[in-house]
Write a protein that binds this ligand. Structure first.
Ligand SMILES: Nc1ncnc2c1ncn2[C@@H]1O[C@H](COP(=O)(O)OP(=O)(O)OP(=O)(O)O)[C@@H](O)[C@H]1O
Length: 474
């Protein structure tokens, strides 16, 4: 099978543990795919060298040309909120997008930046800058997200950055959250499209004074196969001159054309697909002998999964349940979250995962996008994400979002994708080709080497507290 995957490297080519540190922060336009073992960090010395390089690297999405948020002209209350979050310096997307989004008259924006690089704060700062706090119960900003978990997370970010903005009220418009008696009584509303549509139709959400519409994960949200129709219906009910901001790490061409109609005359910040992967994520794959062995291999990885926190992505809710049942029967502690769970249950499950009460979460694509839990050091693609009729095509976008649950804002992490037959192997090879990345092979036959490769990365992230975001902003 090796000939199918020029980008999938074999351990015999060069063991990951013998590799030099990745060429991060080299300040050139070259793709950093310098061979086989990108993202593996060998020693604390290398880590420190890379960290200091990060700050001067113009290609680095976390490095920006301004030295503080104050230079972006934000209000004192907002700056105080950023300080409370320990955000000292804007990331590149924040630096580039904010002046464009804050200028008047307001212009639309289509903005792309790698996972975990601070897109949320970029649009949240715009929302907070546009809201008139003397009208706290009048909806002025609407933010749409694809899952209740992401909507709640964004609501939390607005509240935290806006903690010094007097009279700021932020509500989540997700199933079960808005009382039928009162309706929406907030200046900023974060919701999922179906619930928002329902509230507007029932006249429980006055949209007449909305000034800003943000669509996070916009490529997914505008996709005609998904929530595109609901988003369009919502948009058609909003004021015609509303400022529309579309954000995502991925914007496939076919969605981009539609996005330009949805947000006309927008400023655009785009990335090339070969620049989309996050350098701190060591992408690996597990060559499983056949499908039936995947489960045993997953269990063998359990010890590595619990060094930090881990997310296991599977294709269906049923297989998520089944894997949890088997793993628990085999003595492992794992939780499962997917769309069949009732809303409050889902909230509690994610809260437990965020707080570290649960450390291994099995889920479906419902959590593939946007979820920000900094302790996640490993992502497992138990099933390679596929799309199209009969799941014929690899889903390169979902792959990128899934692995992006680790390696947040300069941290390091590992992704392990399971392949077991020609189809899964080819799908992963195509994804690797698309992003021009090299994946490191893990072998179930040499467990010592596998453990070493994974541990080298995860331990380096845990051992070094200076990976905390504030260190990158200094
Ligand atoms: N300027 C900053 N300084 C320090 N930390 C930051 C800064 N901006 C954002 N962060 C932190 O970085 C992490 C990732 O940010 P965020 O969730 O916005 O990423 P994202 O770009 O939206 O990713 P995704 O594409 O996965 O949705 C968050 O924990 C956030 O608090």
């Amino acid at each position: 099978m090796a000939d199918l995957a020029s980008r999938i490297s074999k351990p015999s080519d060069a063991p990951a543990s013998d590799a030099p540190a990745p060429a991060e922060g080299n300040g050139t336009e070259q793709p950093i795919d310098d061979g086989l073992n990108r993202g593996l960090i060998e020693s604390s010395y290398d880590v420190e060298v890379k960290l200091s390089d990060l700050q001067n690297d113009t290609d680095n999405p976390l490095a920006s040309g301004v030295s503080s948020f104050e230079e972006l002209g934000l209000s004192k209350q907002i700056n105080d909120g950023l300080l409370a979050m320990n955000f000292k310096k804007p990331s590149k997307i924040q630096e580039k997008a904010l002046p464009l989004m804050l200028s008047n008259p307001p212009r639309n924006m289509i903005a792309q930046s790698q996972s975990g690089t601070g897109k949320t704060a970029a649009f949240v700062l715009t929302v907070l800058s546009r809201v008139d706090f003397t009208q706290p119960t009048q909806p002025q900003a609407l933010l749409l997200a694809p899952s209740r978990e992401l909507a709640r997370q964004i609501q939390g970010v607005i509240k935290t950055i806006g903690q010094f903005c007097e009279n700021l009220i932020v509500e989540a418009a997700i199933p079960g959250s808005i009382s039928r008696e009162t309706g929406v009584k907030a200046s900023a509303v974060v919701g999922t499209p179906g619930t928002v549509l329902d509230l507007v139709r029932r006249r429980q959400f006055d949209v007449s004074k909305l000034k800003v519409l943000v669509i996070d994960e916009a490529d997914n949200m505008l996709d005609q196969q998904g929530m595109g129709d609901q988003c369009l219906r919502v948009k058609n009910m909003l004021p015609k001159n509303i400022q529309t901001l579309l954000f995502s790490a991925t914007f496939p061409d076919k969605v981009m054309n539609y996005a330009r109609k949805f947000a006309p005359n927008a400023n655009e910040i785009k990335l090339r697909h070969q620049d989309l992967t996050v350098k701190g994520i060591s992408q690996m794959y597990m060559d499983c002998p056949d499908e039936s062995k995947k489960y045993d291999i997953l269990c063998k990885l359990y010890g590595l999964m619990t060094i930090g926190s881990s997310v296991i992505f599977v294709k269906t809710r049923e297989s998520a349940n089944e894997i949890q049942r088997r793993m628990e029967a085999d003595g492992h502690k794992v939780s499962v979250l997917h769309g069949a769970y009732e809303g409050q249950n889902r909230d509690a499950l994610l809260d437990d995962f965020r707080s570290g009460r649960s450390k291994v979460l099995i889920t479906t694509n419902v959590l593939a996008r946007g979820i920000d839990v900094s302790s996640v050091s490993m992502v497992i693609n138990y099933d390679i994400p596929m799309k199209g009729p009969g799941d014929r095509e690899p889903d390169a976008e979902t792959y990128l979002h899934r692995i992006g649950r680790t390696g947040r804002f300069g941290r390091v992490g590992v992704s392990i994708s399971f392949v077991y037959d020609r189809k899964s192997f080819e799908a992963l090879s195509q994804i690797a080709d698309w992003y021009q990345i090299d994946l490191v092979q893990l072998s179930p036959d040499d467990w010592d080497l596998t453990e070493k490769k994974v541990q080298d990365v995860i331990k380096s992230s845990r051992a070094r507290p200076e990976y905390a975001p504030s260190a990158l902003g200094n």
